[in-house]
Ligand binder design. Sequence first.
Ligand code: SF4
Length: 321
Amino acid sequence: MKIDEFQETIHACRFCFMCRHLSAVGNVTFRESDTPRGRALIAGKMQQSMDTLEQDYIDAIFKSEISASCRFHCVSHFDEAGLVIAAREDIVAAGKAPEPVKVVAEQLKNVSFSVEGSGDTLYYVDSYSDKKSAPAGCKTISGGDTGRALQVLGYTADSEAVFAQFANAVKSSGCVKLVTSCPASFYFLKENLNGVEVMHASAFLSSKKGSGEVYYLESDYLKNYCAEFVSPAESLTKLGYSLKPFGTNPEESYTAGEGAVVYDRLYPEVAEKMCKHISELADNPTSDVLVTASPYTKAVLNKYAPELTVKLLDEILVKGL
Ligand code: SF4
């Protein structure tokens, strides 16, 4: 089983509750099964028997937001996020994926990538953005998720097949530089796309000076998955913005499920709870300006917490407040 590769993590997490306060889903469901400890206990059950695995346990594995905040802040960095994806692979292989997951996975397999426009640089338009957000002078590539969403759902072979189509489309474009606003795609493409320079939009856009108070909601992928990436919070400060700390601590994920890429399509009721939680933590929900690097986070907060003013990092860098 894939989870056998995470034996140390299973052993460490199932007796540990140190990072429970960083479980974004657990913080809104209040269930122990929605913490790394609960999921490690479920993984132990899976190793005993897949046949008798209860549906509740399976749902808990797929309900994880995979922000990787717990892994990042764990003193030993036990890979609780990797364990979840491995558990999903095993569940999918056993034909036991929950129904909403199967439906979304089928949709994610149905991609058709196309390249439009002209320029030396290719801009990937992720599923939560539109072509209008593409920087001037770039070609665009769009037509579906790159394969990361299927990967986090445990559909490894399908993820690879989708990514192969994406890579072919990129190759046909003739571009050797690709830019994206989507932190999940940035992480995934940087890991997998050979021969192409992959950049996050915040490092590509020419930014202009600005001023005013903003709250930056740190991205799961840029912070917890791309350790070498300089936080856009630093760029905002250098440009002249005054950054105010959001929430109760700088470790918790306030992305409403960015790590899971398509969380709102799988468990909209939990995504809504995470958005309400973020809204409740805002100092002044109707007047604060929240900035996110993630098109996903902006889209779900706009949908489930419309009282908040949420701006995409790209907009702030290019246009100001
Ligand atoms: S990730 Fe680290 S802190 Fe969290 S439960 Fe596992 S061992 Fe404990």
